[in-house]
Design a binder for this molecule. Sequence first.
Ligand SMILES: [Zn+2]
Ligand SMILES: [Zn+2]
Length: 118
Amino acid sequence: MESQQIYLDAEQIVRALSEELLAPRDGECLVCFVDRQLTEHGCDGTRRFALHFRGIRAPRATALERTLSEKGACCCDCEIYANAYERVRGTDAEPCRGVARGSAQPCTLWRRQQRGRW
Ligand SMILES: [Zn+2]
Ligand SMILES: [Zn+2]
C-alpha cells in the first residue's frame, strides 16, 4: 500500500500549505480563488491552485481536470482565463458572488469564453 501512503502524505502537505496562505475565502468560487492566487503568486505552469481548491472545497468534483481540459485549461491555471472563463463586463471590482460549499463551478461574475474567436 505504498502509493496510498504517498497520497496521504501529499494531502497533508496540501492541508498544511492551505492553512498558511492558500485558503479559499468562505464561499469563494474556484475561478475567483484561482484568479486571486495567480495575482498574488503567479502561475507556475501547473493547475496547482485549481486542484488545491478542489482538494479543500470540492473533493467530490473528481471530473474537474477533465472539465478544465475540455474548456482549454489542460495544463496550467492561467489558461482558465486565457481559454475558459472571462469576467462578465463591468464586474472587475466586485468580489466573488459565492457558490455553494462543495461546488467547483464559477460564480456569476464569470462566463464561458466563446471558442473559436481567434
Ligand atoms: Zn499558466
Ligand atoms: Zn467567484
